[in-house]
Design a protein around this ligand. Structure first.
Ligand code: CU
Ligand code: ZN
Length: 181
């Protein structure tokens, strides 16, 4: 009886020492809540830009895709903004870049950046742009969760440097990030 108990205790200690922390870390990658989110982008006043942005939780972050049209050819700043509020005609109600860590503005591959810093979308001569990125900062749960925040497409390129917005100009489309199936 007692030897059985000691054997069980030994097995538990062995688990704690090796397998258990790795298993916990593995589980931590995927949120317990929503694993997909979507934003339908609508034009701001005077704009024709519209499209869809999807967010899918994956191992190591969130896979972000976008399909946009109605853009002027070239690069356009593309960010998650603090508020999921597109009620203002110019999109200003979406606030500044989503920045829960209080970091400086930067490009999406910078070590330190706004959570919302997704860089640029690049429109072709037909005004269409697609975006596809596995982002390791954006999350669908916890303090970096983008659910309920806004997505903004800008008139000008994000230079990935200027503070606090990348000098990306006006807002040409806005959408609210909502839970998806
Ligand atoms: Cu922006
Ligand atoms: Zn930023």
């Amino acid at each position: 009886m007692q030897s059985t108990m000691w054997a069980a205790l030994g097995a538990a200690v062995a688990l704690l020492g090796t397998g258990s922390p790795m298993a916990a870390q593995h589980e931590a990658h995927l949120p317990a809540g929503p694993t997909r989110a979507v934003a339908v982008l609508v034009p701001t006043a005077g704009s024709t830009v519209h499209g869809t942005v999807t967010f899918t939780a994956v191992e190591g972050g969130v896979h972000i895709t976008a399909q946009l049209e109605g853009l002027a050819p070239g690069n356009h700043g593309f960010h998650v903004h603090e508020f999921g509020d597109c009620s203002a005609a110019d999109g200003a109600s979406a606030g500044g870049h989503f920045n829960p860590a209080g970091a400086p503005h930067a490009g999406p591959d910078a070590g330190t950046r706004h959570t919302g810093d997704l860089g640029n979308v690049s429109a072709d001569t037909q005004g269409m742009a697609s975006y596809d990125r596995l982002d390791s900062t954006v999350r669908l749960d916890g303090p970096n969760s983008v659910i309920g925040r806004g997505v903004i497409v800008h008139a000008a390129p994000d230079d990935l440097t200027s503070q606090p917005t990348g000098n990306a100009g006006g807002r040409v489309a806005c959408g609210v990030i909502g839970v998806a199936k």
